[in-house]
Design a protein. Structure first.
Length: 258
């Protein structure tokens, strides 16, 4: 299926690795051009080289800083001349819990995981209005299931879902669609790093996988990427304000199935 994304310009935050990189690769496979926005310069440059500078450009940014968010949007427009889609993806499950964290650390977690979603949408909006583009927010199952000991991340991901619905309403007159993809257990570099904290990472992974109903396996980053790209495309032209769960049934299917 042709997703009708040839030569469209997409900006992906946290685009250098993991889910973000999978989204960038999927976009380029469809003929889009991508702005890879990330703080990891080495990974970003490597992905830019892999995808080719005629299709992909890397822009280093610390998204906790408002000026960096503004600059990322401006550099994308300077480079490509337009913007057709924004993917808010950057974030980290930073384990700031109710007892393990402090009020200041909680606010810092929101800065890492939520505030830049607003900032990027705010600064990208004038260009998205011109193109009648779309926004995809990457959320997390933690917003709905909880996880324990991660209040900041859970609050941020819940806020992302709320903003998805709010923006979908606010941007209806502009024809800008806003949707969220909700992953559960996806094998990314950050996920591997989290697993490494357990005494037996392999046993912990086996325990997690046993609870995933469909196929008893982790979701692949490429599967998140494919869904995000579909939501950005004209093929999903009448879809807005939706939460799409790409999780092998993890959130909604009966745990008895496991």
């Amino acid at each position: 299926m042709d997703l009708q994304l040839k030569d469209k310009v997409l900006l992906v935050t946290g685009g250098a690795k993991g889910i973000g990189a999978a989204i960038c690769r999927a976009a380029c496979e469809e003929g889009s051009r991508v702005a890879i926005v990330d703080r990891d310069e080495q990974a970003g440059r490597e992905l830019e080289k892999e995808l080719g500078r005629e299709r992909a450009r890397f822009f280093a940014a610390d998204l906790c800083l408002e000026d960096h968010c503004r600059s990322a949007a401006e550099k994308t427009l300077d480079c490509f001349g337009r913007l057709d889609g924004l993917v808010n993806n950057a974030g980290v499950n930073d384990r700031i819990g109710l007892e393990q964290g402090t009020p200041r650390q909680f606010v810092e977690s929101l800065e890492r995981n939520l505030l830049h979603y607003y900032n990027m949408a705010h600064f990208a909006l004038p260009a998205l209005r011109k193109s009648a583009g779309s926004i995809v927010n990457i959320a997390s199952k933690v917003a709905l299931t909880g996880q324990g000991n991660t209040s900041g991340y859970a609050a941020a991901k819940g806020g992302i879902l709320a903003l998805t619905r709010e923006w979908a309403v606010e941007l209806l007159p502009a024809g800008i669609r806003v949707n969220a993809v909700v992953p559960a257990e996806v094998m990314t570099p950050l996920y591997r790093q989290w697993l490494a904290n357990f005494p037996d990472p392999s046993a912990k992974l086996d325990e997690i996988v046993s609870r995933i109903p469909l196929g008893k396996r982790m979701t692949k980053p490429e599967e998140i990427g494919a869904t995000a790209i579909f939501l950005l495309s004209p093929r999903s032209a009448h879809t807005t304000g939706q939460f799409l769960f790409v999780d092998g049934g993890y959130v909604h299917l009966d745990r008895a199935l496991t």
